[in-house]
Design a protein around this ligand. Structure first.
Ligand code: GLC
Length: 402
């Protein structure tokens, strides 16, 4: 399991829920973080955005407060996206950074905010850089330019590892093939500088964290994370109305937990660094659900019974948590339980639920008529010991078993 120390993996896997932040020059345009590419904006014109970059003081504190208030346990900030603008102090390309334009090291502010709120520190870094001609031309067409581009990226990665104290997580993006920038050597150096860091396998090498962008994977043996954005853009997009619903977030988070993974939920602050109101509302509503269901989420084990029988379940010790993602009123059957069930209760209200057992079938008979949680109800079962699953004889093909 990965290369980082076991304790780092454990921390990450128990944390379950994090906040992803996409913030950069594209936030000033408000037309998706790929505007430079999609609209083929001339490099010179795009670079001029840097002069207008001016986030409000303390906006980063607000992001971190919101994350913590809503049950997120770590953050991940785009320290440099595909546009190449660095939100940190860099000697490698000093002229194109927040320090050069406004004298502010936003990564330093961010790390401080994470610490203040007790959140794990994740840094996103795009190796690819659309404003670097060497990168755009490629290693064959322009070996000298490529070498220059690689040197900047390698140096900046080391700067990020050296300037801000312990970093918990490095999230790679936009990586060219690993052999073209010595990803292996770079990662070895990163681990030397940050022995406890978790490195994303998005560099196309088998590192620590597998990234599933926009989907979830059933791979509890691996440390993995779904990243998902709150609407359809990662960076601020004033014209994107496709906000996810709080229920979608709750369902995705419980699905991640059921499969042993994390959810990194993205928000794109606007030009000033303010989070769009619909994103804040969404995080707050989803966060209220997370708080009501915290014991089913953090530090839980994935699908304690038969994976294919019960879509969303987690456990801790002898307590199993069953998500009722389709709600059918007073009666619901949960099949495949090999334990004696001693008690059942609804999370949130704590209300006891009547039940009876028929073989491996648990019949919950005392659920409220109306859905007891506005987003997604979860029932906690107290078992007579560690959860025991009973395989479904109708699904006895190997691919359905775990
Ligand atoms: C993609 C996109 C990017 C976004 C990222 C988030 O690779 O290029 O804009 O930052 O995924 O996971």
């Amino acid at each position: 399991m990965g290369k980082a120390p076991e304790a780092a993996h454990r921390w990450f896997r128990e944390a379950r829920y994090g906040m992803f932040i996409h913030y950069g020059l594209y936030s000033l345009l408000g037309r998706h973080e790929w505007a430079l590419c999609y609209e083929r904006i001339p490099a010179e014109e795009y670079r001029q955005l840097a002069a207008r970059f001016n986030p409000r003081e303390l906006c980063i504190r607000d992001w971190a407060r919101l994350a913590r208030a809503n049950g997120m346990r770590y953050m991940c900030l785009t320290t440099r996206h595909h546009e190449g603008f660095a939100l940190f102090d860099t000697q490698a390309a000093p002229e194109f950074s927040s320090v050069a334009t406004i004298g502010r090291d936003l990564v330093a502010e961010y790390v401080e905010a994470c610490h203040a709120e007790g959140l794990g520190v994740g840094l996103y870094y795009s190796v690819g850089n659309w404003l670097d001609e060497g990168f755009v031309r490629g290693p064959q067409a322009d070996p000298v330019g490529w070498h220059r581009f690689v040197t900047v990226a390698q140096t900046q990665l080391c700067e990020l590892m050296m300037q801000y104290g312990p970093i918990d997580y490095l999230f790679y993006d936009g990586c060219p093939p690993p052999e073209t920038w010595d990803a292996e050597g770079v990662n070895a150096e990163i681990r030397r500088l940050q022995p406890n860091i978790l490195i994303s396998s998005r560099c196309e090498l088998d590192e620590d964290v597998v990234s599933a962008e926009g989907y979830t994977i059933a791979d509890p043996g691996t440390t993995w994370e779904t990243c998902l954005t709150t609407n359809s853009s990662w960076g601020y997009n004033a014209g994107d109305p496709d906000w996810k619903t709080p229920r979608q977030i709750a369902l995705t988070l419980l699905t991640c937990a059921h499969n042993g993974g994390n959810l990194l939920l993205n928000v794109g602050p606007d030009a000033e660094g303010a989070l769009p109101a619909p994103a804040v509302e969404l995080l707050n509503e989803a966060g209220a659900w997370v708080h009501r269901h915290a014991e089913a989420i953090y530090g839980t084990a994935p699908h304690p019974f038969a994976y294919a029988d019960q879509k969303l379940s987690t456990s801790r010790g002898n307590t199993a948590y069953i998500g009722l993602h389709a709600y059918h009123g007073p009666e619901t059957t949960v099949a495949g339980i090999g334990n004696r069930v001693d008690a059942a209760r609804l999370l949130g209200s704590g209300e006891a639920v009547d039940f009876r057992q028929e073989g491996n079938r648990l019949l919950l008979t005392g659920l409220p008529r109306a859905m007891p949680d506005p987003l997604l109800p979860v029932v906690a079962l107290t078992l007579d010991g560690d959860p025991v699953g009973v395989p479904n004889p109708l699904l006895n093909h190997a691919k359905y078993q775990f």
